[in-house]
Design a protein around this ligand. Sequence first.
Ligand SMILES: Nc1ncnc2c1ncn2[C@@H]1O[C@H](COP(=O)(O)OP(=O)(O)OP(=O)(O)O)[C@@H](O)[C@H]1O
Length: 442
Amino acid sequence: MPTNALSTGLLLIVCLCVLGLLAWAGFCFVRWYRADDETRISLRQARRIRWGWKRLALMLELAVKDATPTVLQHFSPQETPAKPRVLAPRLHTEADPFGVTVTADALPQVGLSAWQDANEGLRDAWGMRRIRISQPKPGVIVARGFRREPLEAVIRSPLLGPDGSPVCRPGQFVSTDDVLLGWDEDGTPIVLNLALSAHALIAGTTRSGKSITVNTLLAYASLMRDVRLIVIDPNLGAVAPWWRTAYKVSDSIHPDEPTEILRWVREEMQRRERLFWSGRTDRITNFSPELPLIVLAIDEVANYTRHPDRKARERFEAELMAIASQGAKFGIRLWLLTQKPSADVLTTAVRTNLSARICHRVDTTEDFLHLFPDGRELDITAADREMPPGVSIASVGDMRTPVRLRSVYLPTEACWQINDLMCADGLQIRELPDHIDLGKAA
Ligand SMILES: Nc1ncnc2c1ncn2[C@@H]1O[C@H](COP(=O)(O)OP(=O)(O)OP(=O)(O)O)[C@@H](O)[C@H]1O
């Protein structure tokens, strides 16, 4: 029966619409549920942007009026001419912790310059602190709205939940996973891939945020099942939370004990050399628990390279140089931390091998130039007293130019909690040093 077929068809369409709506509602709920507090605020803002868009586009001359009659209007018997239609660019919004990214179609006569002219109006109407407008390809306009400045925000590490306790588990990561170091001033995530990266240098005066930055690195390295962590730290600051689980540790102030560790690393490099023959390769790129990537972090490296015991200092520097120049291809990643990156702390030969650079606030332009030799040509500097803790100038991975980076916030207390999880999982390999009594410390 045709009527029956019609009603079945209608019912099917209604069912499909309801299913579509349910799927959409489910998607929105999951997105909302998984978002952090700041992203939820941005999600609300994104909704407001979409709802008020047509009116706003017209007011800011980002819409065009089209007087061409539609097919229906063309054949309708009206005497009066058809009302022009408002054509506003189609929008796609994406929320993140810093604001909303709006991607829009460019219309004829409403291109990049029209959007740039409307920048102030958009900023006020959308309630943003600033909007960066770009045209990544012809026909597409991107308006990146910032509710808050990425460099001013305190951004919790993704390893922590909303209450600040760890939401990670031991062995969760591998060395090829990206480590989120932080965000640049445009809200772009800055990530580091330990397996693909090389050695690194982190500099900054006291209280500039070096430890918080290195906490992230040490935490991820500890949670990676194909990474072995070695930490040398005369201040017992960065190493303390990882003391019980790191493969090798030293808090010695004299260079001899660290030199022994470096020697072991070098011997390991020699052991790995035969893999080049069997694997017909010139570098190790695949890591596993049997052949782990070795992350070797040395805090306050100046303590060793400027130690008054000249012979001991030279032995340390010789080993360090060998690892810096040859270690990367054997699967060693050297991370050196120093307050002052000057030539008497690290020789140019060592420094040139540390290709990833993170420079927190430093005292002088010379210090900055030691990390970024072409720093005078950059319009950013870390020799800036106003630079807040946790912000640095960074160049990691295949970045072409250095960026301002706000490190994610992973406090030392949270590192201890992560390490407690590792110990509970049976990964403890040593006790805390004799003189440390956790009961008393608590
Ligand atoms: N990414 C960050 N987000 C928010 N606050 C930060 C961040 N980094 C550092 N801070 C703040 O700055 C303080 C000092 O940071 P941190 O201990 O890392 O400095 P440091 O350079 O290691 O100092 P020192 O050399 O004295 O150990 C922290 O206690 C914290 O309050």
